[in-house]
Ligand binder design. Structure first.
Ligand SMILES: Nc1ncnc2c1ncn2[C@@H]1O[C@H](COP(=O)(O)OP(=O)(O)O)[C@@H](O)[C@H]1O
Ligand SMILES: [Mg+2]
Length: 271
């Protein structure tokens, strides 16, 4: 089966892209086939994997506004098992295009449904295990049509939340938005989990915010918190995921353990 996870939060700078790239990377390193879809016109997932945003032949724009097939716009990445649908500024035009289309909210869903069928037909028919492959969608910092496309297409939402003073308040609003979107567009949408990002074990504030969120949202919060790490902030400028840039770092361990938690959810989804 193909599990589609949207990584979304309408706030910018909370760790959506860092989480998308590194989760996708560790899922691939655990043997899953992973497709990362960059939906942000800033193209940070694209450049974070070492691709040059300015010389892309094909991007998510071709899927959204020209009905291109996912299989025809894939870029290979340096990580085995991880493919990318890239993004750059052109994606903004696609969003404007979608606004004028009656089916503008579900264009990505259509494309991923078609991709899902093609991936499954390639799976080994003799495999006794139910293989789970992943689509990770990195959303822009807004609730516009690009994010709505991701949430329409997704099976679940992964919500990165920065450990800071207003986090709780923001989270309450976000979960209200999640419920509204679920009711309006995608009743089957589940919450994959809330992941605490930029956690700083040395500050009381960060610890308190983390504890408060865990207290309120319990099992919806991933056990793994992503530590604030200079290595993580440096890695994108080298076009490398943390697994390549600093594989022994605590941030690398954290993203690997987040991926293992997502993999542990497979049992529930496969059922
Ligand atoms: N755990 C972390 N520790 C330190 N810096 C981080 C961490 N996570 C993200 N960053 C940095 O913070 C900035 C925003 O992160 P990013 O993942 O791009 O957020 P978003 O996609 O939500 O806008 C980036 O410069 C990124 O490198
Ligand atoms: Mg981003």
């Amino acid at each position: 089966m193909l599990k589609k996870i949207a990584v979304a939060n309408q706030k910018g700078g909370v760790g959506k892209t860092t989480t998308s790239v590194n989760l996708a990377c560790y899922l691939a390193m655990e043997g899953r086939r992973v497709l990362l879809v960059d939906l942000d016109p800033q193209g940070n997932s694209t450049s974070g994997l070492g691709l040059d945003r300015h010389s892309l032949q094909k991007t998510v724009r071709n899927v959204l506004s020209e009905s291109a097939r996912i299989a025809d716009v894939l870029c290979l990445t340096p990580i085995r098992g991880l493919d990318l649908v890239a993004s750059n500024n052109d994606t903004t035009e696609a969003e404007v295009f979608l606004l004028r289309q009656p089916e503008g909210k579900s264009r990505l869903k259509e494309a991923l449904d078609e991709y899902s069928v093609s991936v499954q037909s390639k799976s080994s028919p003799n495999s006794s295990e139910a293989n789970v492959d992943y689509v990770i969608m990195d959303c822009p910092p807004s609730l516009g049509l690009l994010t709505v496309n991701a949430l329409m297409a997704a099976d679940s939402l992964l919500l990165p939340v920065q450990c800071e003073y207003y986090a709780m308040e923001g989270l309450t609003d976000l979960l209200r938005t999640f419920t509204a979107i679920k009711q309006e567009f995608n009743p089957a949408l589940r919450l994959e989990g809330i992941v605490l990002t930029m956690a700083d074990a040395r500050t009381n504030l960060s610890k308190e915010v983390g504890e408060e969120i865990r207290h309120h949202y319990g099992r919806h919060v991933f056990e793994t918190a992503i530590p604030r790490s200079v290595r993580l902030s440096e890695a994108p400028s080298h076009g490398q995921p943390i697994a390549v840039y600093a594989p022994g770092s605590s941030a690398a361990q954290a993203y690997r353990s987040l991926a293992m938690e997502v993999i542990a959810h497979e049992k529930e989804s496969v059922g």
